[in-house]
Design a protein around this ligand. Structure first.
Ligand code: PYR
Length: 294
């Protein structure tokens, strides 16, 4: 068995020469070294929840700008895709009063909460605009189920840019994308693709919502299967809508690192797969050997 480390620095391509980005899912600056050591071609999912959960107060715009700038610098020229705050009543944070909900996974979470709390969302968006000066920052919105959510976010980004410009603070525009993790997002993917620069498929939540099976409930664990034909069809519809519109389609759920599924995802048109750093070398090997076999 050839050591997987031999694949650390390869740039995997599919048969037609298109580069397949194998990126890392991380949630803190402490994980940068391990991701780079593994050969990550950027970050496909930076979870910002930890930044918010670590502190007694909401993290300031300055602290966020420093954090996102450090990430951008560490991986430039590769992209760092930052997911805006994705929390709900199942994992509350200081500074946000969550309502009591029967079904927090169907409730006030992700983009829904952020759009209702511009006092939290706008500092994050301003921090991301500031960080974009220092590298290749991209931003993606979680839990999207309506085109209006994207448009409302764009309005807020426009306000943030105007505020930074008025204050004389340096900023740059970033590519905006959406996570595809609800059935609604899959079904309106062609309309979403006209609004954004990329899709990232979150297979963990997408599987739970397509199958209507709580992923933390062991009684329905059998239904929580990304290889179910319904989930694979949802991924394929998303990939087709994105590639037809000419935007990048990636994946950042656990399935992205599975060697048994990677060839199918690449055949569907995905060009970015983001995973835990420990899966990166195996995934690069898989893409490389898949393209050789073509
Ligand atoms: C998901 O797969 O649902 C993620 O949020 C990554």
């Amino acid at each position: 068995k050839q050591a997987l480390t031999a694949y650390r620095d390869v740039t995997p391509r599919r048969a037609d020469g298109t580069v397949i980005d194998i990126a890392a899912n991380i949630g803190s600056l402490e994980e940068i070294d391990a991701a780079k050591e593994a050969g990550a071609m950027g970050v496909g999912l930076f979870r910002t929840e930890l930044l918010f959960m670590r502190h007694i107060h909401l993290p300031s715009e300055d602290l966020q700008a420093e954090t996102y700038s450090s990430l951008a610098r560490a991986f430039a020229p590769h992209a760092v895709i930052v997911r805006t705050l994705d929390i709900g009543g199942d994992k509350p944070i200081a500074g946000v009063d969550f309502p009591d909900e029967e079904n927090p996974f169907l409730g006030w979470r992700g983009i829904r909460m952020c759009l209702d709390r511009p006092d939290i969302f706008k500092p994050q968006l301003r921090a991301l605009l500031r960080a974009a000066v220092h590298g290749n920052i991209k931003v993606m919105l979680p839990m999207i189920s309506d085109v209006g959510e994207v448009r409302a976010t764009k309005t807020l980004i426009g306000e943030c840019a105007a505020e930074l410009a008025a204050a004389g603070t340096a900023f740059a525009h970033f590519d905006l994308g959406v996570m595809i993790e609800t059935p609604a997002a899959v079904l309106i993917a062609p309309a979403l693709a006209r609004e954004v620069a990329f899709f990232s498929i979150g297979t963990n939540d997408l599987t739970q919502y397509i199958m209507a099976a709580d992923r933390l409930n062991p009684t329905v664990a059998k239904l929580n299967d990304v290889t179910h034909p319904a989930v694979m069809a949802a991924i394929e519809l998303t990939a087709k809508a994105g590639t037809d519109a000419g935007i990048m389609v990636g994946m950042c759920g656990e399935a992205a690192g599975r060697p048994d599924l990677i060839p199918a995802f690449i055949a569907m048109g995905l060009t970015e797969l983001s995973m835990s750093p420990s899966s990166i070398q195996r995934a690069k090997k898989c893409v490389l050997e898949g393209s050789k076999a073509d």
